[in-house]
Design a protein around this ligand. Structure first.
Ligand code: 5AD
Length: 340
């Protein structure tokens, strides 16, 4: 595997960058320059298909946690997934992201089948999976069926912090093992975390960056923690928007080659979130291609952006808006640039 260029930032500097509000603009300017040097003004788009909101996990922060009885649970049928892909392909999407809760009845065979069908029909597309922790054998079968990338946020890299935001049956060690398994199999791998999740300290964020430096991820997805009213963390506060922008910028500086999305959570917390996310060094947008019932019921947090420009249908207006910020949406698989 190629050794990638990583810009290690020493502890004291990193701490200042994370905590000091007055650093936001200069960090964003530097990150934007680095992004331009690696990717020009190109923005890659991914068609997000929210395949299931059924989840066996009970993460304290997440709106689709197992114990939340106020969720209309759904699982897309294979033909619904395929129709979303057909629709997206027509709009110019060349990456599809199948994202879902850890749904035990999403069998290996079902997922393999869906991947094969999309890949047979659209060989020029990339398939990204975001289906949580699965066995090595499942990951391998998905990869052999044609999946290219896998997103699995580590959420935090401090085991004590991990234990404060997840129930005992989940462990950071297992999550990290999954990430290394995915790398070993050959996936382009994405990690990430929430900014300002309950009990998170600056040292935790620094540890996340150190963990990612070791993992050398192809993709890094982050967003602010956002309150979900049906969870044990309902009384915490939403994360800081500007700290999240600084974190996006820091990630671009540390990982110049990486694919970094301006996430839905960033667009939810601030109306200019996705624009400023791009200006802070992000180079990926993930509009939602899911059928209406999925869009309505896939709520990890409150007030999720779900009308307007995050919808894939709005690709034309999105293109225009992105162009007005000085970026260009491309019809391309948008693989990671490995040249550095
Ligand atoms: N606020 C922000 N992000 C959340 N996620 C889950 N719940 C929340 C929340 N309340 C993020 C997690 C998960 C990703 C799919 O969504 O980081 O990995």
């Amino acid at each position: 595997m190629t050794k990638r260029k990583i810009n290690h930032i020493p502890y004291d500097k990193l701490k200042k960058y994370i905590e000091d509000e007055s650093m936001t603009e200069s960090l964003m300017a530097r990150a934007d320059e680095i992004r331009r040097a690696n990717y020009g003004n190109k923005v890659y788009i991914r068609g997000l298909i929210e395949v299931s909101n059924i989840c066996k996990n009970n993460c304290y922060y997440c709106g689709i946690r197992r114990s939340n009885d106020h969720v209309n649970r759904y699982r897309l049928a294979k033909d619904e997934i395929l129709r979303s892909a057909d629709f997206g392909y027509g709009l110019g999407f060349r990456t599809f992201v199948m994202q879902g809760g850890e749904d035990p009845s999403f069998s290996r065979y079902f997922v393999v089948d869906a991947i094969r069908e999309i890949k047979n029909k659209y060989p020029d597309t990339a398939i990204t999976l975001s289906l949580g922790e699965r066995s090595y054998e499942d990951y391998k079968a998905f990869y052999d069926a044609g999946a290219d990338r896998y997103l699995l946020r580590q959420e935090t890299s401090n085991p004590d912090h991990y234990a404060k935001i997840h129930p005992k049956e989940m462990s950071l060690a297992h999550r990290q093992e999954c990430l290394y398994n995915l790398k070993k199999i050959g996936y382009q791998v994405g990690g990430g975390f929430m900014v300002d999740s309950p009990y998170q300290t600056t040292d935790d964020l620094i540890r996340d960056i150190r963990f990612l430096e070791d993992l050398e991820p192809d993709m890094v997805g982050i967003g602010p923690f956002l309150v979900s009213h049906d969870t044990p963390f309902k009384d915490f506060k939403d994360g800081s928007f500007t700290k999240t922008l600084r974190m996006v910028a820091i990630l671009r500086i540390v990982f110049p080659y990486a694919l970094i999305p301006a996430t839905t959570a960033l667009g939810t917390i601030n109306p200019k979130g996705r624009e400023l996310g791009l200006k802070a060094g992000a180079n990926v947008l993930m509009p939602n291609l899911s059928p209406a019932k999925a869009k309505k019921s896939y709520n990890l947090y409150d007030n999720k952006l779900n009308t307007g420009l995050e919808a894939a249908e709005a690709k034309k207006s999105l293109e225009k808006e992105i162009a007005s910020f000085g970026y260009q949406i491309v019809t391309d698989r948008g693989d990671v640039r490995d040249k550095n």
